[in-house]
Write a protein that binds this ligand. Structure first.
Ligand code: ATP
Length: 515
């Protein structure tokens, strides 16, 4: 990560803490690695993101329903899903620094460095050639760039083989051949590569004897698969239909850095879309488009999102891609879209001995539906929004302000109510106004410090509007409303506040863009 990007991530982390968005878990005990708590504002933002996803899925699609399944599941579920045997990452340690790494991530970071060199060449050429510069042509013809791209290609092919064949020796050799050094010690003194299962387990039952090992679910999807029959039958569902779920997942990640990007306890928003076999490709394309639209509707730059096809397909998939987001540490996976075939339902049928099929009344036959899944990490979504919203603005008068330009409907506080002074009945008037508005949106009352300081505090937490109650308010029934983004102030009547704010913060306006 470049120093500038590192600073920007650091700023976001300290801002998130200072204003009550995200805290390290068990901080008074020096924290628990890769586990975080959401504070008074973070939980509000998180809930609003959930609502956006949930409504986009279950309210805008009449054939998608939501469930909430338990975290603990029968241990055989994880045998059937393949997680007991195959949910592992290749692990490698540096003997000098004693730091542990994911072997595939070391290689990916190495490739990203070469990609950085390509981008540098392109930037240089862009400067040199000005308007006449044609990037696509340059990529195809410039010798140095071609050399870099070929190198990336060769490494990627080798990485794919190592991953597909779970070949630990080959992996070690790749790391040695590329002369990858530990970022901490700078040495190439590596242990062998070994596989590490990411599932947490615990015992269920009062005594260890006779107790059975259960897992903390590493994904929410299996709770959907094992409820397929329940929902299909009780909901009288017809293909194609989807089941959505938001919930916690747990993974004993080898390397958990980068704040809430990679956690050991996190939250997923997953949707399994069941389709007729043969229609999976069509629906895979549909969901790719649908999900990118969902991201773009937030209004951040479309260039900050890109698709990345998986180089290694999971054991269950016939097509898979990620939506990557331009995080402060570069483009990384934000969401996965996977065409999972009939692998899961078939496997649960086999392991449970229950028939898990769909009856197609038009064709008068039973079959196992295929599945297209969309799976997004809520915490990663939170980080993506926070990192794009966080801005350090230079103002015309030379001063600076930190402002969170959150999409209005996601802001945890929608309106701040600020009496200019506490005396002369202004505080009472402000309370009266807030008591009327609190039924429509979350308001915050603040009477402390100068009005300028109060505005800055609200900017820092992303509150779209502030209203100020002054002495004139008592006579003319008007307040000053200030817009977070433009900082413009306007006088409006108290009766209009609800209308102005509601219109701007209503989730409906964003949902409508998705239709
Ligand atoms: P990665 O390659 O980054 O480990 P993954 O491919 O294992 O991710 P999936 O199994 O596809 O991830 O999970 C779906 C989504 O869940 C991811 O796109 C991501 O947003 C989220 N996610 C996965 N692991 C974590 C984690 N440790 N912390 C936070 N979010 C996670």
């Amino acid at each position: 990560m470049s120093a500038k990007n590192e600073d920007s991530l650091k700023n976001i982390i300290s801002h998130a803490k200072e204003y009550g968005f995200v805290f390290q878990s068990s901080e008074i005990y020096d924290g628990l690695s890769a586990v975080y708590d959401y504070g008074q504002l973070g939980s509000g933002l998180k809930n609003n993101i959930k609502e956006y996803w949930w409504k986009a899925m279950t309210q805008l699609h009449e054939n998608i329903v939501g469930i909430d399944s338990a975290i603990f599941m029968h241990p055989t579920v994880w045998k059937a899903s393949g997680h007991v045997d195959a949910f592992s990452d290749p692990l490698i340690d540096n003997k000098d620094s004693k730091k542990r790494y994911r072997a595939d991530v070391l290689v990916e970071d190495y490739m990203a460095k070469i990609e950085g060199k390509v981008n540098k060449e392109i930037k240089k050429a862009e400067k040199r050639f000005g308007d006449a510069f044609n990037e696509a042509e340059y990529r195809k013809t410039n010798g140095r760039v071609l050399g870099y791209l070929e190198k990336i290609n060769t490494i990627e092919t080798e990485l794919k083989t190592c991953l597909e064949e779970n070949d630990n020796n080959r992996f070690k050799k790749l790391i040695e051949d590329l002369e990858i050094a530990c970022p901490v010690s700078g040495s190439r003194n590596w242990t062998d590569v070994r596989q590490f299962n990411l599932m947490f387990n615990t015992e269920m039952g009062a005594v260890a004897e006779g107790a059975s090992t259960v897992y903390l679910r590493p994904e929410t999807a299996q709770g959907i698969f094992v409820n397929f029959l329940n929902v299909y039958k009780t909901g009288r569902m017809k293909l194609p239909f989807g089941i959505a779920q938001i919930g916690k997942a747990f993974r004993n990640e080898i390397v958990a850095r980068q704040f809430i990007f990679r956690m050991r306890e996190f939250e997923q928003m997953e949707m399994q879309f069941f389709v007729k076999p043969g229609e999976d490709k069509k629906w895979y394309d549909y969901w790719k488009q649908n999900r990118i639209n969902w991201h773009n509707a937030l209004g951040f730059s479309e260039n900050d999102y890109r698709f990345h096809d998986h180089i290694k397909l999971a054991h269950y998939a016939n097509a898979a891609c990620d939506i990557e987001f331009n995080f402060p540490f570069g483009f990384k996976e934000l969401e996965g879209i996977h065409s999972r075939t009939d692998f899961d339902l078939k496997s649960h049928e086999e392991h449970s001995g229950k028939k898990i099929q769909y009856f197609d009344s038009e064709e008068n036959r039973n079959y196992t539906p295929y599945v297209v899944e969309t799976s997004i990490g809520l915490d990663r979504m939170f980080l993506s929004i926070l990192s794009k919203s966080y801005q350090n603005e230079k103002l015309e008068d030379g001063s600076e302000r930190v402002v969170l330009k959150l999409p209005h409907f996601l802001a945890p506080i929608k309106l701040a109510v600020l009496p200019l002074v506490k005396k002369d009945g202004l505080a009472e008037k402000a309370r009266e106004i807030m008591n009327n508005l609190k039924f429509d949106f979350t308001c915050q009352y603040d009477a402390k410090d100068s009005i300028g300081k109060r505005y800055r505090r609200q900017d820092a937490i992303g509150t779209p509007f502030c209203i100020t109650i002054d002495h004139d308010t008592l006579n003319d029934n008007q307040v000053t409303i200030r817009n977070r983004d433009t900082m413009q102030q306007e006088r409006i009547s108290i009766d209009e506040i609800n209308n102005v704010v509601s219109k701007a913060v209503d989730i409906k306006e964003t949902l409508k863009k998705l239709n």
